[in-house]
Every structure is written in C-alpha cells, then in structure tokens.
Design a protein around this ligand. Structure first.
Ligand code: SF4
Ligand code: SF4
Length: 444
C-alpha cells in the first residue's frame, strides 16, 4: 500500500497509540523508519489486554505488520514480548514467519520493559538521544493493539469507536470487553456487573502509571487499557491521592539523600542524565543551584520505580518529577541538546526490577489472576461523552452541531491531517445533544 494512502486511512480511522500514550499513529509514519518495534511487553502489573489481543489476533497483527513494513520501507519488524508470553502466540503463525523480516524478540520479565526507550534498547540495542524521538535512530514503536486497529481499518473499514478494556483489581474475576468510547465509567462498570463500588477507588490504567478517575464524570477513551477497582484504603490509592504539598513536606523532613531513587531509575540506568534525588531535594528545600535538577525531568517516563521500589523512606519522587515535567511542558520548555548516551550504565543488569518483585512491593498479589475471561457485552449507553482530546497534540475541533443526527463510526471532530492530532468518531447512533469545551455529548 502507498505510504500516503496508509497515512490517510490511519488518520481517518482516528488511530492513536492504544498503549496509553495516545500519540497519533499516522504522525509516527516516516520513510526514515528502518525498524518497526512492536510493544507487546504489557509490563504494568494486572494488565492483560495486549496479551488477550495477541493470543486471539496474532495472524491479523502479523499480516498488518508486513503491510506496514512495505509501506514504510522498513527493513525489519521486531515484536518485543516477554518469554513467558511467547506461548500465547499462534504456533502456526510463528512457523510461517520463521526466516522472514518479522521477528519475535524475547525481552526480560522486568518493569518497565514496555517503556519506549527501554524497549528500543532491549530489542535493537539502540539508545535514543535525550529529548529526541525514536525516529532519530530509525525506529518506530507501535503497540500491539494499535496494529490490530490498523488491521480493522484496512480489512473492515472500522474507525475507532470501541476500546478493549480489562476490568480487574479487587474483583472476583477479571474480564476483557470492548467498550464504547465516551461511556461513563460508572455506567460501564454497572453494565459489566460491578455494581457495589462502596469504599472503592477506580484507576484508569495500571497501578504504577494509571490515573485515579471519578467514575461519575470520567469516560472510556481511546487509551483506556484497563479499569482497576481498588479498596480506597490500599497504599496504591493513598499514594495517588496524597497532595503534592504533603509529598514535598515529607521529603524535606525525611529524605536521607541516599539517591537510591536515582540509582534504580530505569532511564538513569540506560545512561541518561536524570537525577531524581536532586530534583526532589531542589523542590522540597527550594534550593536550586543548578536548573538541570528540574530540566532533567523531561527524561522521566513516570514509571514510578523510584517511589515504589527504591525509596525506603516511603517518599514519592515520581509525583514530584511528573509535576515538574508537566509544568515545564505547560511553559513550552523544549530540550535543545540531544545527547545520546554511548552505553548503558554498567550496574543496569543487576538493578532491573523483576515483575514479581514489583507485585509484592505494590502489595497487590491477591489481585493477580491467572486468566482473564473475554466477555461479549452489547453495551447500550444512553449517552456518550466523547472527548476532543484523547491523544497527544492538538485537541480535535467539532465538525457537527447540536441537533445533528450521527451514526456510529461517523466523524464528529478532527484536526488537520498535517497537525499532531486525529479524527474523533461517534461511538453510537444518536443525536448531538450538547457540545462543551471537552466533549461532544451524543444521546441514543
Ligand atoms: S518515575 Fe522515577 S524511576 Fe521512573 S523514570 Fe521518572 S525518575 Fe526515573
Ligand atoms: S530514595 Fe528516597 S530517601 Fe533516598 S534520596 Fe531518593 S527520595 Fe531521598
């Protein structure tokens, strides 16, 4: 398929990174891509959405990867997956791709194996320069579900109206469903059969990087990988709820300066200049002698290893790092230097965090299920609230008006093809009831 045709179709379908980041996929496409790396790491504890898709749709994913490789003119495709999950893949398809340019690469069962820069290193041996995009080293990373979404556009002309979502955590059985985009999380959980949410908190995403959401107002988006139900009293929730001001006061009082948070940081171990202990000290003691203590946070992935695994004083460097990074981004700060570490730090090998250690550190072993059940639910939300911004970049602009009748799959908002943005579609048949600054509200 022609490069420009593929780009247009993916933009029209509204495909963005389904792994959580939401980068508009068509904007990743480039003729400079030499290696396509498929992120099948799914390293956040309790998440199993990609595993499910890979187990059931591996053939479709592989066929699509050949199309991508050809359209982009890439030399090879590397599917990065943990050894323990290779068994999930269809053996016949594995046999078919033997000796081809589509290869399965075993990555270690550590956290965060799915961090884009960690994955690129583990699959290709390359280190992306600080502040640069993977394309600088000829790599494009794409999530397994995103590839499947491209397949659905190419083969069935499907636009993004639904999302594979896992429901797990403090529930008896984990399930995977396909939920309409824009459905309120409270309605979604009710239709899934989880009605008693008294004393529970809800996370959109994994326990490490996921966000606390208000189920009454927040909705399923193109990047919702999982909805986790947790007891309100769990440390994961308490940590996420703690205000920044308290975190900083505690750090000022209790940080012993051991710099274990930096020593264990996966990005630091890849060789990058990031010293979260210095950031925390500068922020909590208001003593900035070197502005790099703040600007280095642009290299933070937000993985949370510093907080959950490294710090023995129960401090939360992750929260401060992300707050500083967000503020820099709000102020329009961009790195001008693109220094490439020459090699990973020698101590890296011994400081990788095994997934099972992380599960114990988080205190969530009782929530880990051996399997997840696919449930076919025909969701019938009366109203959907479809956000203009479900991706990195410019929010989409409405192209419908109040009172318009729309069909499921019809575009309702978009940005230009050339802008970092995408197309947004209605997820139900209905009438546009309201257009707010955040949503197009559609009533069935
Ligand atoms: S969250 Fe902490 S450990 Fe993770 S990249 Fe950021 S500073 Fe490093
Ligand atoms: S690991 Fe904790 S105590 Fe040690 S420097 Fe980092 S924040 Fe301070």
């Amino acid at each position: 398929m022609e490069f420009s045709k593929l780009q247009e179709l993916v933009y029209e379908a509204g495909i963005v990174g389904a792994g959580g980041a939401g980068f508009p996929t068509h904007k990743k496409f480039s003729k400079d891509v030499k290696q396509i790396v498929v992120n099948a790491a799914e390293c956040e504890p309790l998440m199993m959405t990609d595993h499910h898709i890979l187990a059931h749709h591996f053939k479709a994913i592989v066929e699509t990867l050949f199309v991508l490789k050809e359209s982009l003119g890439a030399e090879e495709v590397l599917i990065g997956i943990k050894g323990k999950n290779i068994d999930l893949l269809d053996k016949n398809v594995l046999k078919e791709i033997e000796g081809t340019e589509v290869k399965v690469v075993e990555i270690p069962d550590v956290y965060p194996a799915g961090d884009e820069l960690v994955l690129i290193y583990e699959t290709t041996g390359k280190i992306v320069p600080e502040g640069a995009l993977p394309i600088t080293v000829g790599v494009m990373v794409i999530n397994a579900e995103t590839v499947y979404n491209i397949h659905n556009k190419l083969v069935r002309d499907e636009n993004i109206t639904n999302k594979y979502v896992l429901v797990g955590g403090d529930v008896q059985n984990d399930i995977i469903v396909r939920a309409p985009i824009g459905m309120r999380i409270i309605d979604f959980l009710t239709e899934c059969g989880y009605k008693d949410l008294e004393g529970k908190a809800i996370i959109d995403g994994g326990p490490m990087m996921g966000k606390l959401v208000d189920p009454k107002t927040d909705v399923i988006t193109k990047t919702t990988k999982g909805i986790l139900v947790f007891p309100e009293t769990h440390t994961v929730i308490q940590r996420k709820r703690a205000p920044k001001s308290i975190t900083l006061k505690r750090a000022a009082a209790a940080c012993c300066g051991c710099h274990m948070c930096t020593d264990m940081c996966p990005r630091y171990l890849l060789g990058y200049n990031i010293h979260i202990d210095k950031t925390l000290r500068a922020a909590s003691h208001s003593e900035v002698q070197d502005a790099r203590a703040f600007t280095e946070t642009t290299m933070c992935s937000g993985c949370g290893v510093c907080t959950v695994v490294a710090c023995q004083q129960m401090l939360d460097p992750q929260k401060i790092s992300l707050a500083v990074k967000a503020e820099l981004s709000k102020q329009g700060f961009r790195r001008k230097d693109n220094i490439a570490p020459q090699k990973v730090r020698e101590e890296r090998e011994g400081r990788l965090v095994p997934s099972s250690v992380l599960i114990d550190k988080l205190g969530i072993r009782r929530f880990v299920k051996q399997m997840v059940t696919r449930k076919e639910i025909e969701f019938k939300p009366k109203t959907v609230y479809i956000p203009f911004s479900q991706h990195i970049g410019k929010p989409a602009t409405a192209i419908v008006s109040v009172g318009d009748i729309v069909k499921k799959g019809e575009p309702i908002a978009r940005t230009d093809l050339s802008t970092l943005g995408t197309t947004i579609h209605s997820s139900i048949d209905g009438k546009v009831k309201e257009i707010t600054d955040r949503f197009v509200v559609i009533e069935r």
